[in-house]
Design a protein around this ligand. Structure first.
Ligand SMILES: Nc1ncnc2c1ncn2[C@@H]1O[C@H](COP(=O)(O)OP(=O)(O)OP(=O)(O)O)[C@@H](O)[C@H]1O
Length: 332
């Protein structure tokens, strides 16, 4: 046998990517794949420069760092700024002030060409409306092949690559169906495959389970976790559904355009207070660069904390008490 005959067949590109992700071969972003510092987005409505216009501060100095390879949920009530953050990270909108950097790219400074290139190569986006993610007249396989073509992949390589992505998301057997012949959950999994086709470093999902029932939503999160684990892609999901924190390790809450608290879940056996349950959640407050901290409303209400609180620095923690000097004139 000649060496050429003994050589194994060239592996498909997805397998290369998977191996690279497992070995950490992609150069990791130094200070986080996503870095937002003091991010501000102001919308002005009404006629420019004329009275009567209204200013809306959708993001009010948001800080967020997402490490490469993380799967993170950003939660917040309606109007808290989630979609605004996602549009900026997707390269669809620009910050009014502050920094938004993804994979070293400063999103505030991008020109038109570089912005198109960024959207094509660095990020993939999945939207809430299942119907808007896919072309109705193409099959699942053809929908995935389309961005592979835009990315310049040779025509012959597109079908196997699309098949591999659909397999990864557990819908390989449905590759020949059109969106109307798929359930909402199946359509979203095709949409994830489409968003992953250009091998993005960051996958952004805007309420990807908003139109789905709880069981199907859990399946979508399982598919996102699989993509995250197998391909090493960093995944950021925004949603108003606080229950999402059961599906991901880290959940960051946005309140009034800034990050306020985080819930980190870890396996019970990772911590010293290991219980018999699989995962335990721990709530954290986010401390910004200048030392500001937003306490969860439930905490402040329970202890009637307002206006001014008493702080005490201990060896390994800081105590916070209601201000009991009110009306006394001096602090005791
Ligand atoms: N293009 C715009 N022009 C004016 N105001 C806007 C614009 N886009 C968003 N806003 C405002 O900015 C704030 C944040 O909106 P955003 O859509 O980011 O919130 P959200 O958390 O995604 O809400 P939802 O969960 O309802 O989608 C809201 O007060 C919204 O009305």
């Amino acid at each position: 046998m000649t060496p050429a005959e003994t050589a194994p067949p060239a592996p498909p590109e997805l397998a290369d990517l998977r191996a690279a992700a497992l070995q950490g071969a992609r150069p990791p972003a130094r200070d986080g794949l996503v870095v937002c510092e003091n991010l501000v987005r102001i919308f002005r409505t009404g006629p420019a420069g004329r009275p009567g216009g209204v200013e809306v501060q959708a993001l009010q100095g948001l800080d967020l760092v997402v490490a490469e390879g993380e799967l993170l949920a950003v939660v917040g009530s309606s109007g808290s700024g989630k979609s605004t953050l996602l549009s900026i990270l997707a390269g669809l909108d620009r910050p009014s002030a502050g920094t938004a950097r993804v994979a070293g790219t400063d999103l505030a400074a991008l020109g038109r060409r570089a912005r198109t290139e960024y959207r094509r190569r660095t990020v993939g986006v999945v939207r809430q409306q299942t119907g808007r993610n896919l072309l109705p007249y193409l099959t699942a396989r053809e929908n995935v092949q389309l961005p592979l073509g835009y990315a310049g992949l040779a025509r012959a390589k597109r079908p196997p690559r699309a098949a591999e992505l659909l397999d990864l998301l557990g819908i390989g057997r449905l590759a020949h169906r059109r969106p109307a012949e798929l359930s909402g959950g199946e359509q979203q999994r095709v949409a994830i495959a489409v968003a992953l086709a250009n091998e993005p470093r960051l996958l952004l999902a805007d309420e990807p389970t908003g139109e789905l029932d709880t069981a199907t939503a859990a399946e979508i999160f399982a598919a996102l976790r699989e993509a995250n684990r197998e391909l090493g892609v960093t995944v950021l999901v925004v949603t108003h559904d606080a229950l999402v924190s059961e599906q991901v390790r880290r959940t960051v809450r946005i309140r009034d355009g800034r990050t306020s608290t985080e819930v980190l879940r870890r396996r019970a056996d990772e911590g010293e207070r290991a219980g018999s349950h699989g995962l335990v959640g721990q709530e954290y407050a986010v401390l910004d660069r200048v030392g500001r901290l937003q306490l969860p409303r439930e905490f402040t209400e329970r202890l009637a904390l307002r206006d001014r609180v008493r702080l005490l620095l201990e060896a390994d923690h800081i105590g916070v008490w209601p201000d009991q000097t009110e009306g006394e004139g001096t602090e005791g």
